[in-house]
Design a protein around this ligand. Structure first.
Ligand SMILES: *Cc1c(COP(=O)(O)O)cnc(C)c1O
Ligand SMILES: [Zn+2]
Length: 415
């Protein structure tokens, strides 16, 4: 019997240092060995790019934009991720006082119901392409679930490290896939520091640490999908939640690449960042006119966004400023209200990060940041059933009646 090694046709692209421009062979590292600057994937100049028609003929997943993802050859793993619905929400548009609103609905992302599927789909192909045998992550919750799910399908062992106080539903949804879940007594930033050391010690592919150059590119596909789903044009504004600041800065990069490729014309959308007031280092730097981020100690129920020292915070700031957008920080009570506003006006049940995005959109509207002709996309990034305790049943009137018609009629008629 011949044993055929599981072979990958995916080759991660080389990396270049954003500071000193040195080029490096594909490697599991996020920092330049020469100057410690951040490494980024390098795409072959003059590579063949697909037309709108060619893209339209491909399966509905994030890989229909594969020429803008950091691989040569075809991806092998996580082929079903991406191409989530863009749902128009006219009742929310009326609330925001703008012309049109759509929800980019990553609450139904495959396979783990958050936009982290996109970044992990990219990172897992990089891990396999680099020959790494174990994957891991430092997570605020959704990344842990995504790593656990994608690793299970790829047949790779996974370690997910999370802050001890993570929501039970997220711990459970990670463990069920067979990942080793390690709860650390500390904040996300403590977990992240630890993971930098673990990467060196065990040679793991830590998706958001040493695989970060490959990981981050997955977020760009949100921009490509928004433009394609609108008929290859741009909305005027996009509101997105910020944790490490990667999604927001990659939206900016993605919209720029769409213009460069001639897939759409016109202005890039204004980008608006959303954070919880209890962890808003990027919003505070923007408001203060700073270009450096001052780290904070997180204190909010929006745990998926609770990163006090955001790795891509400065880039997110630059993207917001370059696009002509702004940002807002919202209180925990306001984000809980906004979860209900989103559900009641659009039929999308979001987790706390979605509440932050919805509340930020409402606050930006009140602050006069939108005009009546604006066309706004809200990036709603994870499903509400992941944080059910944020919306307490006590908030609702939930009557119980006997099964007699007269009892039921009394409840209905007094409602
Ligand atoms: C991680 C996360 C984000 C933001 O991620 P960045 O680190 O800023 O890219 C947004 N929403 C949810 C639900 C998340 O889990
Ligand atoms: Zn360098």
């Amino acid at each position: 019997m011949t044993v055929v090694a599981l072979e990958s046709s995916t080759r991660p692209v080389p990396l270049a240092c954003a500071h000193c421009a040195s080029i490096h062979e594909p490697v599991a590292s996020a920092v330049c060995p020469e100057c410690l600057g951040p490494l980024e994937p390098v795409y072959r100049a003059g590579r063949a790019l697909p037309s709108r028609q060619e893209i339209a003929s491909r399966p509905p997943s994030m890989w229909r934009y594969r020429e803008w993802l950091p691989f040569e050859g075809l991806p092998v793993h996580s082929l079903d991720t991406g191409f989530t619905p863009l749902v128009e929400a006219p009742r929310l548009a009326a609330r925001l006082g703008v012309a049109r609103v759509w929800i980019k609905n990553d609450t139904v992302s495959h396979p783990s119901l958050s936009f982290k599927d996109r970044v992990v789909a990219s990172a897992i192909n990089a891990a396999v392409g680099l020959g790494l045998e174990t994957v891991a992550c430092a997570s605020t919750g959704n990344l842990a679930i995504a790593v656990a799910a994608h690793a299970a399908r790829a047949g790779l062992p996974a370690w997910v490290l999370v802050p001890e106080n993570l929501e039970p539903a997220k711990i459970l949804a990670s463990a069920v896939h067979g990942a080793r879940v390690l709860r650390i007594q500390g904040t996300y930033d403590d977990v992240n520091r630890l993971c930098v050391q673990l990467a060196d010690r065990y040679g793991w592919g830590i998706v958001n640490v040493n695989l970060r150059p490959y990981y981050g590119e997955g977020s760009k596909t949100v921009a490509f999908e928004i433009a394609e789903q609108l008929g290859w044009r741009f909305p005027t504004a996009v509101v997105a939640p910020m944790a490490g600041g990667s999604l927001l800065s990659k939206l900016h990069k993605g919209f720029g690449e769409i213009i460069d490729a001639g897939l759409a014309t016109g202005d890039r959308p204004r980008l608006f960042g959303a954070q919880a007031a209890g962890c808003a280092p990027i919003v505070r730097a923007l408001e203060a006119g700073e270009s450096r981020i001052t780290p904070v100690e997180p204190n909010t129920i929006a745990r998926s966004l609770a990163i006090g020292a955001p790795a891509d915070g400065a880039r997110a700031l630059q993207a917001i400023r370059a696009s002509g957008g702004y940002a807002a920080a919202v209180s925990d009570p306001d984000l809980i209200d906004a979860i209900r506003v989103l559900a009641e006006t659009s039929g999308v049940f979001a987790e706390t990060a979605g509440g932050v995005t919805g509340a930020a959109a409402l606050a930006l509207s009140r602050a006069g940041r939108f005009t009546a002709s604006d066309e706004v996309v809200l990036c709603i990034t994870a499903h509400g059933l992941k944080t059910p305790d944020a919306v307490s049943p006590d908030l609702f009137d939930l009557p119980i009646a006997s099964s007699r018609l007269s009892d039921v009629a009394r409840v209905i008629e007094s409602a």
